[in-house]
Design a protein around this ligand. Structure first.
Ligand code: F6R
Length: 341
């Protein structure tokens, strides 16, 4: 049932292009009427990272205010203003997320869920469900479901702002992901280097910061290497002390307004002796001058780089965990759906 793949995780990563197209066809032609023009995303783990990317995209493109809350923290400070709440949950059964949805509802808000499982509890609590079409996800680590959540978020943001141009670019993204899957040997090679370390630091700026967070989560979850994510500009406020030969840095580089300052940050990191792996795009001819290794991805609109970079970081975590002999589909101490608070 793994379709010739060694693990469900790798199989599910390879399903991403199809999942993107299925999720797009589910939502491309629908009208979104979500009630308020203020949004609060609530979610846990990887789904929370999708919420952080949603904030970036919706605020930047649709110019509407967005808050993002970790569901398990939400109860302690529910925002006083009425808003549309969007709970992101693959399983639809995460206890903390369900609790946040119930509270938001009780306070008189409109509650929507972006969910992957038909008939799940989240879909029964919500006033409206936006389904992701990822299909069943067996591996504990979320991969295709995360990307399908991003697709729903992009369609929503681009429709809210009438950006047909961006919707057209989104329709091409599955083809770009396919190119990454067809050229994954490079990622496998660099995993060999990373697998020997005990710590990893992921950095990004702007939209690449949540991508870095998700990359670090996937890495720690399945390879058991301690991985942390930082906004690149924040390193000089403390984490610089960690840099050096024992702390490699994975830099998620986006060729938008963050690019030049990110290059500066990378130079600062290199000057402190860390091995630097950059994830950038194929048209970036500058980056290799400053880093030890570059994984080059197809060039896409900067707003869509969380998709391409996350697929690359999922593969990086997968191959690193495999080289370390980890039980990839069922990492220790974890369950696929977390039904206790
Ligand atoms: C990490 C992972 C978890 C889930 C989290 C929320 O790979 O899968 O962090 O994202 O437990 O689960 P859902 O989305 O089912 O609410």
């Amino acid at each position: 049932e793994k379709g010739g793949y060694e693990h469900f995780m790798l199989k599910e990563i390879h399903e991403i292009p199809r999942v993107i197209d299925d999720t797009l066809s589910e939502h491309m032609d629908r009208e979104f009427d979500l009630g308020y023009d203020k949004f609060v995303f609530v979610a846990c783990g990887t789904s929370y990272h999708a919420g952080l990317i949603a904030k970036h995209v919706i605020e930047k493109v649709a110019k509407l205010p967005v808050r993002v809350e970790i569901a398990s923290e939400f109860n302690y400070h529910p925002p006083p203003e009425r808003a549309t709440y969007i709970a992101i949950t693959q399983s639809g059964e995460t206890a903390d997320t369900l609790e946040a949805m119930r509270l938001a509802k009780k306070l008189g808000n409109r509650v929507v869920t972006i969910a992957n499982v038909l008939g799940s509890t989240a879909t029964r609590i919500a006033d409206e469900t936006l389904f992701t079409r990822a299909g069943p996800e067996i591996s504990v680590a979320a991969t295709k479901s995360f990307i399908s959540q991003l697709i729903v978020i992009y369609v929503l943001a681009f429709k809210l702002s009438n950006r047909i141009d961006l919707l057209n670019e989104l329709e091409k993204i599955s083809g770009e992901v396919r190119k990454i899957l067809d050229n994954k040997e490079d990622i496998e090679d660099v995993a060999e280097i990373l697998s020997k370390y005990r710590n990893l630091m992921y950095v990004g700026r702007g939209i690449a910061y949540p991508t870095a967070m998700e990359g670090a989560l996937k890495m720690k979850e399945i390879s058991y290497i301690h991985a942390e994510a930082y906004p690149a500009g924040e390193l000089k406020h403390g984490p610089f002390a960690l840099l050096g030969k024992d702390m490699p840095v994975i830099a998620c580089v986006v060729r938008d307004e963050t690019y030049e300052i990110m290059l500066n940050n990378i130079k600062e990191i290199k000057a402190r002796g860390s091995f630097v792996l950059a994830i950038s795009d194929e048209n970036d001819e500058e980056i290799e001058k400053y880093v030890d290794h570059v994984v080059k991805l197809p060039a896409v609109n900067p707003l869509l780089t969380p998709i391409t970079q996350s697929v690359a970081l999922q593969l990086l975590a997968y191959y690193t965990a495999k080289l370390r002999g980890c039980e990839i589909d069922k990492p220790r101490n974890l369950a696929k759906s977390v039904t206790v608070e």
